[in-house]
Design a protein around this ligand. Structure first.
Ligand SMILES: Nc1nc2c(c(=O)[nH]1)N[C@H]1C(S)=C(S)[C@@H](COP(=O)(O)OP(=O)(O)OC[C@H]3O[C@@H](n4cnc5c(N)ncnc54)[C@H](O)[C@@H]3O)O[C@H]1N2
Ligand code: MOO
Length: 502
């Protein structure tokens, strides 16, 4: 990594759109849709209705979560909260087990913990081990940033009828035309009387073309007077948007897995939808660990400012999560245990405490909870001690290392693919760039290096990229993925991970 503070490339930073290859699936910022799915507290783990299903039953008035569905599947959808009252009170279970959630882990063929898998394997595990959150139907005003669980197919032809593209006159045949001034056709009105050859009628943009009309003459091209309209005869079809020009009923407009952007909401409305079936944005809880952390003012007496609290939530938001809360727990093992055991999030993210120091409580807490450790360290620098676990009940937990750039590495290595999985989105496509100045590869680990993207599309490694630093990444537009390898084979073209923007 270029830790050299005199690195001449440090300030030469430019971003060019499109340097990362073909455009990505659209991304959107999320709304806060609130608590939409009932989650049981651990105390509700019995089978009060005698259904034989050990999963908790919802209180009266709430619909019960179904089983997790495979990506794109059309499992029975959950309803949003009805008038069912507040969520069950949050309390730790005697056994410290987390409640089953609206997410679930796919039946893993291999339950062994992966110790230090290579970087691609770790990302793959994060994407493939967990299933999407259950699809829910939601009205259009509540789905921004959520993911389509089913393809968006047109419920109507678009346009639904032949439409005037301009203000002017609908004309039938060549001019001049007899003008029926009284019969003007406005948008949103029922069909006008049919036009016979040689006649014209005033028409507005968006209005239905009368039967018999052959073209629209724009208002600036026609001269009306004495009951007649004069002007150049437009080619047949001019300024008419024919029915079905954009799509026919049943055409697929967006595939399942698309993130609902503002434009997608508009398209869905135009295509006739009142509500959509979506994988909701996963709800995340962030737990910041470390007694040394200050939350205001200057560092003093060996204490430092918490850099991960302000960063992790927004980063998760930009990766597609709804962050319920960021909690600062110090190095209190009991507080960590209780927070994890009682979480109501779909994903728990901790920062710090992943290593084996005297107050590194993440691993012991997972052990005490009976969590399944899926990834224990990743062969990546920085970020090596990151971890991924499945809590009892199926909720995933990501442990980010405390060194700030190492935490960023964990966000992009584990949280990004995992959030895509929970949202029913495919793994991200690879993007590539050429490095101006290839950093030395690590012999056994992938290196993630903050880079600026120059105008010609090349990527330039930035300074101040040590594991404990944020200066480089804050100025970067991407992280370059430098594969492990021998020093005599410096990477030229490398994969690039785009960083979220504000
Ligand atoms: N004996 C070993 N020690 C360490 C190893 C190792 O392999 N063997 N790995 C090192 C690496 S690599 C990393 S990364 C860190 C990870 O440690 P933890 O996840 O346990 O994190 P902490 O010990 O709590 O903190 C590490 C470092 O980061 C600072 N920190 C923590 N949280 C924040 C925050 N919210 N904002 C700013 N800075 C934070 C903390 O003060 C420490 O300086 O372990 C190495 N050790
Ligand atoms: O891998 Mo640690 O994450 O370098 O500081």
């Amino acid at each position: 990594m270029t830790d050299d503070p005199f690195d001449p490339f440090d300030d030469a930073l430019a971003l060019v759109n499109g340097v990362f290859g073909p455009p990505r699936a659209p991304s959107g910022r999320g709304d806060r849709s609130g608590e939409d799915v009932w989650r049981a507290g651990p105390a509700a783990r019995q089978d009060p209705r005698g259904t034989g299903d050990p999963r908790p039953q919802p209180p009266p008035g709430r619909n019960r979560p179904g089983r997790p569905a495979a990506a794109g599947a059309t499992a029975p959808a959950q309803r949003d909260t009805g008038p069912g009252g507040p969520l069950p009170a949050k309390r730790p279970s005697p056994g410290g087990r987390t409640a089953p959630g609206r997410t679930g882990a796919a039946p893993a063929a291999d339950h062994r913990v992966r110790r230090d898998p290579d970087w691609d394997t770790a990302r793959d595990l994060a994407h493939h081990t967990f299933r999407p959150l259950l699809p829910v139907p939601r009205t259009l005003d509540r789905v921004l940033g959520h993911t389509l669980a089913r393809p968006l197919t047109a419920l109507t032809d678009l346009p639904a009828f032949d439409t005037s593209a301009m203000d002017g006159w609908a004309v039938a045949g060549p001019g001049p035309w007899r003008l029926d001034e009284g019969d003007r056709v406005l948008a949103g009105r029922p069909a006008a009387r049919p036009l016979t050859d040689g006649r014209a009628v005033p028409i507005a943009t968006g209005a239905r073309i009368p039967e018999g009309a052959t073209a629209v003459l724009r208002s600036e091209h026609g001269r009306p007077g004495r009951g007649h309209l004069h002007g150049p005869g437009p080619e047949p079809g001019t300024d008419i948007r024919p029915r079905g020009q954009e799509c026919r009923t049943g055409a697929e407009l967006l595939p399942a897995g698309s993130v609902l952007t503002p434009a997608a909401l508009g398209l869905a409305a135009a295509a006739g939808y009142d509500e959509l079936t979506v994988h909701p944005r996963p709800r995340a809880e962030v737990l910041i660990l470390g007694d040394e952390l200050l939350h205001r003012g200057l560092p003093h007496d060996g204490r430092i400012r918490d850099a991960l609290g302000p960063m992790t939530g927004p980063w998760l938001t930009s990766l597609g999560a709804d962050v319920l809360v960021t909690r600062r727990l110090g190095d209190d093992a009991e507080a960590l245990f209780e927070a994890v055991a009682t979480t109501r999030a779909d994903l728990v993210v901790t920062t710090g405490g992943t290593a084996s120091g005297p107050v590194d409580h993440v691993h012991p807490t997972l052990h005490r909870l009976g969590a399944e450790l899926l990834v224990h360290g990743v062969a990546v620098r920085p970020g090596h001690p990151m971890l991924l676990a499945r809590l009892p009940g199926g909720v995933p937990l990501i442990g980010l290392p405390g060194n700030p750039l190492a935490a960023v590495s964990g966000l992009l290595t584990l949280a990004a693919p995992l959030l895509r999985a929970l949202s029913g989105r495919p793994a991200p496509e690879d993007r590539w760039a050429r490095l101006t100045d290839p950093p030395r590869p690590h012999p056994r680990s992938t290196r993630l290096v903050p880079v600026g993207i120059l105008e010609d599309g090349t990527a330039r490694p930035l300074s101040y990229a040590g594991p404990a630093m944020l200066r480089g990444i804050a100025a970067a537009s991407a992280l370059a993925v430098v594969p492990a390898g021998a020093e005599d084979a410096p990477p030229g073209h490398v994969r690039i991970l785009e960083l979220p923007r504000a």
